[in-house]
Design a protein around this ligand. Structure first.
Ligand code: GTP
Ligand code: MG
Length: 373
């Protein structure tokens, strides 16, 4: 029998006019708990309202409608989007702390809510399968089994294994990002368009065409990726807007998971390309694309760089050659391996933080405290 307060979000996260939260109050918890945060304009307390009574009032600065839909169930309708729903959930978790038996379900509620939110953010069936397995038991079971383990050595090994999937877990609900960088006119925008299959980015035969970052989402081998077309990077910029664009292009290298350096094969491998490659950290996944391969003899355009082992792909945005090879490189580089479906994954930030805290303290106590043991 569950004891305490369970808050579930009934509407999907993201934009929307209205968000609806369901509050179930079980067993020993106080049915008037909502009234600790909510004040109805007509003075009726939500905990005393009859079933199906609609109450309009204030939840701090937020206007909400509270409906009692069952003896121990209420629905709270607030503004859509993330802020109001998260605030109300957090308030309920705060006010229910200390109620007999509620701490345990606070943790379980928050975990379920967070897992459901993550699940709704999945963009592919493949990523959803992993999230669904976590939500349907893998992660909650792992945490409860971990919390009662006697041997810290065993617990530590399990925690480290879980945390080792940190990056993979994060990208199940937010795409891996790949920056497309290079000299102006090398064909970056054309390549983006060739990969996504439509004219997402403006292509023009003059250098300095792309100024802002242009993003496009794709799925490769079942994984979600975001390609980011950037302004051509050059020292001699023509105006202030281009300067800002070049700066964003440089920054995109820091925020992306990988990059492709696009080179105009007609110009060949230049000192400016070498300089750009030199600035990209060695550990950062990067491939060089010798583009416009349709215009040159392949041998004449080879990249020359003895300092670094790097994958070189000959592409043509015009006739599509090399695009499949590029897509395979992206997927294989960023998702080199995947866990089994029953591997617990740190898909929720507060769980990852808890496991890290356990690891730092060399003890399972932080997890036990959070669960309420
Ligand atoms: N033949 C041929 N032309 C290409 C290829 N890729 C791009 N081009 C041409 O090269 C010119 C520049 O292409 P863009 O895609 O705009 O180049 P960019 O790197 O995005 O340029 P900036 O935005 O100015 O940095 C256009 O005229 C394209 O049609 C290719 O693979 N083969
Ligand atoms: Mg461009």
């Amino acid at each position: 029998m569950t004891s305490g307060v369970v808050v579930s979000r009934l509407t999907a996260p993201g934009r929307g006019a209205v968000a609806v939260l369901q509050v179930e109050i079980y067993d020993t918890a106080d049915p008037a708990i909502i009234d600790r945060c909510f004040v109805a304009r007509n003075g009726i307390r939500a905990g005393d309202a009859e079933v199906n009574r609609i109450l309009y009032g204030d939840w701090g600065p937020e206007d909400v409608v509270v409906v009692r839909t069952g003896r121990r169930i209420w629905e709270i309708n607030c503004h859509g989007g993330e802020v109001a729903a998260s605030r109300i959930t957090a308030d309920l978790v705060d006010v229910s702390a200390g109620i007999d038996g509620s701490t345990n379900s606070d943790f379980a509620t928050r975990l379920q809510t967070d897992l459901l939110e993550r699940l709704l953010c999945c963009r592919t069936q493949q990523t959803a399968r992993f999230l669904l397995a976590q939500q349907q038991g893998v992660l909650p079971n792992f945490l409860s089994q971990l919390s009662v383990l006697e041997s810290w050595r065993t617990a530590e090994a399990l925690i480290q294994q879980c945390l080792s999937w940190h990056r993979f877990a994060n990208h199940l609900y937010s795409p891996w990002q790949v920056a497309i960088v290079g000299q102006p006119n090398a064909g970056k925008s054309s390549l983006l368009n060739a990969i996504v299959g439509y004219d997402r980015s403006i292509v023009f035969d003059q250098p300095g065409t792309t100024r802002d970052l242009v993003e496009a989402d794709i799925v490769l081998s079942g994984w979600p990726f975001r390609l980011i077309d950037t302004a051509g990077i050059r020292e001699q910029v023509t105006n202030e807007i281009e300067t800002v664009g070049v700066e964003s292009a440089r920054q995109s290298l820091q925020t992306s998971d990988a990059c492709v350096l696009v080179v105009d094969s007609v110009m060949g491998w230049t000192a400016a390309d070498a300089e750009l490659l030199h600035r990209i950290p060695r550990e950062y996944p990067c491939a060089v694309l010798m583009n416009k391969a349709d215009l040159v003899d392949r041998n004449a355009s080879a990249m020359r760089n003895s300092e670094r082992e790097i994958r070189v792909i000959h592409t043509s945005a015009t006739n599509g050659s090399g695009i499949t090879e590029l897509a395979e490189w992206v997927a294989a580089t960023l998702v080199p391996e995947q866990p089994s479906l029953d591997q617990p994954l740190p898909v929720v930030a507060h769980v990852a933080e808890l496991l890290q805290a356990c690891s730092q303290q060399g003890s399972i106590v932080p997890l036990r405290v959070a669960i309420g043991l």
